[in-house]
Design a protein around this ligand. Structure first.
Ligand SMILES: CC(C)(COP(=O)(O)OP(=O)(O)OC[C@H]1O[C@@H](n2cnc3c(N)ncnc32)[C@H](O)[C@@H]1OP(=O)(O)O)[C@@H](O)C(=O)NCCC(=O)NCCS
Length: 245
């Protein structure tokens, strides 16, 4: 397998979009903070945006950002959005960085369950280490959580299988690598749109105001027809990998 940097291979962009985009529900692509920072993120942290190739074919990919974190729970960024903001604003302010924050990892459909996600994490960690990023954290979006939209993230995080392993497969991958759960990343992503936006993103109708279960959402979407607004506040789980220090 070959590890390449996304920016070195713009020719693979269409293949990546095809391989990865269907992995997430449409609404996650409409987070205002992500829209504000995403282009600068890829510009400022190109070495932390990688693809795993096998004979030229994209198997998996992932990206992260570099930011400053003092190692305490209170100094964790406010989830995914907060990490993007801290990384980009910190970079522009010339702040020194010590932490790799893993933002997203995806494996193409036919390559899942082969341990490739761990290979992506390892490759990103190696690149982070080259830049003296001694801490590794991630605002993880547990892949099984959409099946339990009524459970709080705290409750979900405490669930284990009979064999003692975590119930969530994606969380298991991290924990098997020696990582630990730090706690809930509350309001990790906040997505707002008009009712028509939400109907388009989800393919559902929202006939009156109230809470809705939406496919792919980790929690509920709140629809307010009078204000013509839908709001989704997604909690994630902060996970910390073994420090390199
Ligand atoms: C989450 C993801 C990156 C894991 O990649 P992977 O290389 O398949 O991970 P692993 O091989 O380490 O598998 C981890 C566990 O997930 C399970 N798993 C993987 N794909 C699965 C699927 N489609 N359905 C159910 N379980 C799945 C594996 O069986 C394994 O379970 P185990 O602990 O009992 O062995 C991948 O499924 C993916 O791309 N998902 C969509 C994007 C996403 O949600 N990314 C994470 C948030 S950024």
């Amino acid at each position: 397998m070959e590890v390449v940097t996304g920016i070195e291979r713009p020719d693979l962009e269409a293949e990546c979009r095809e391989a990865f985009r269907g992995n997430w529900p449409e609404f996650v692509f409409h987070d205002a903070i992500t829209k504000k920072y995403i282009d600068r993120t890829h510009l400022y942290f190109p070495r932390l945006d990688i693809l795993l190739l096998d004979q030229g074919r994209v198997l998996a990919g992932g990206w992260g950002v570099a930011l400053s974190w003092d190692g305490s729970l209170t100094d964790l960024p406010e989830g995914y959005d907060g990490a993007l903001e801290r990384a980009v604003e910190g970079h522009e302010a010339g702040q020194s960085v010590n932490t790799l924050c893993l933002m997203a990892i995806a494996v193409s459909s036919e390559q899942k369950r082969r341990g490739l996600a761990a290979a992506v994490i390892t490759a990103l960690r190696e690149r982070g280490a080259e830049q003296q990023l001694v801490n590794v954290i991630a605002p993880v979006r547990p892949t099984l959580k959409p099946q339990y939209p009524l459970a709080t993230m705290e409750r979900f995080a405490s669930w284990r299988r009979l064999d003692g392993q975590h119930l969530d497969p994606w969380v298991r991958t991290h924990l098997r690598m020696g990582a630990k759960i730090l706690g809930t990343a509350a309001r990790s992503q906040v997505i707002r749109g008009s009712v028509a936006d939400w109907e388009q993103w989800t393919g559902m109708a929202f006939p009156d105001s109230g809470e809705y279960v939406v496919p792919g959402a980790l929690g509920l979407v709140h629809i307010d027809r009078d204000a013509d607004q839908g709001v989704y506040e997604e909690d994630n789980l902060w996970i910390q990998h073994i420090s390199l220090e």
